[in-house]
Structure formats: structure tokens, C-alpha cells
Design a protein. Structure first.
Length: 151
């Protein structure tokens, strides 16, 4: 896995590819700050934002259930994320199972599997996931994610 991860990371850095977790995407949609700047960079084409179907479903669920978005407003937010994204990945159950024992919070496993499959730097807002995933792939918090010198 380390050899494969090194090749994927090399590809990621050369292509400015990132994948952001739901926390980063939601914060970028709702508030000004580092997370919004990441979305701006993606919208301007200065970063290639890759998203996963799992993360999109998580964003939609949180927008509706936590922030009271109706279906139309939530769909607009998801459509915006899709519009500024360069690529969409979907992870199989097998890919998720390969990562299952690598994280303590099992709800984060599909996020890790998505980042590995996409071959991207993972930009996250979850400090616990940051520490655990750092052992496996290149991970940055939102503040550092927007300032990574990819080239």
C-alpha cells in the first residue's frame, strides 16, 4: 500500500488534486474563511477538487438535517460543488473494507478510501481523522490546504 500511496501522492501533487471532507465543504459553503478559499481556488481552476459520492451524500444530509436546508437549497449546494469539481469518485464496498481497520471512527473510513482511490491530498476539518489518516496518506487541514505549493 505504501508504494501505491507514494505513486498516487506524486500524481496528486503534480496535478494539484485535492479531495475535501464534508466538514471542509460545508464550512466553505456557509462561512467565509480557509474552507471558502479552497472552494474559490477550485472554482478558479487553481486546484482540482475531487469529490466522492459518499462525501456528497454526507454534505447533503448535514445541510438538510443540521442546517435546515430544504431539498431545493441543498440540491443547489450539491450542484455547485459538482460544478467546481474536476472529478467524482465512488468507492466500492471492497475498497472501504480494505481501509476498515485503519481508523477508529468507522464513519470516516469511506472518506479515507475515497482519498486513496482518487490519489489526492485529503483536506479535512476533523482533527482526529487528520492525526490518524496522516499515517496513511498526505493530509492537510483547511488552513494549510489552501497554501500548499503543489508545483
Amino acid at each position: 500500500m505504501k508504494k501505491q500511496s507514494a505513486k498516487l501522492l506524486e500524481k496528486c501533487i503534480s496535478m494539484n488534486r485535492i479531495i475535501a471532507d464534508a466538514n471542509v465543504l460545508i464550512s466553505g459553503l456557509l462561512w467565509d474563511g480557509n474552507e471558502r478559499e479552497i472552494l474559490r481556488l477550485a472554482a478558479r481552476g487553481e486546484m482540482e477538487l475531487v469529490i466522492s459520492l459518499y462525501i456528497l451524500r454526507e454534505v447533503e444530509n448535514v445541510l438538510i438535517n443540521k442546517f435546515g436546508f430544504d431539498e431545493n437549497k441543498s440540491k443547489e449546494a450539491i450542484d455547485f460543488i459538482r460544478m467546481i469539481s474536476h472529478d467524482v469518485v465512488d468507492v466500492s464496498e471492497e475498497e472501504i473494507n480494505e481501509c476498515f481497520n485503519k481508523l477508529s471512527d468507522k464513519e470516516d473510513v469511506p472518506v479515507l478510501a475515497s482519498a486513496i482511490k482518487a490519489g489526492c491530498i485529503l483536506i479535512i476539518g476533523d482533527k482526529k481523522l487528520l492525526e490518524e489518516a496522516r499515517r496513511l496518506i498526505d493530509v492537510k487541514d483547511a488552513k494549510k490546504g489552501q497554501t500548499v505549493n503543489f508545483k
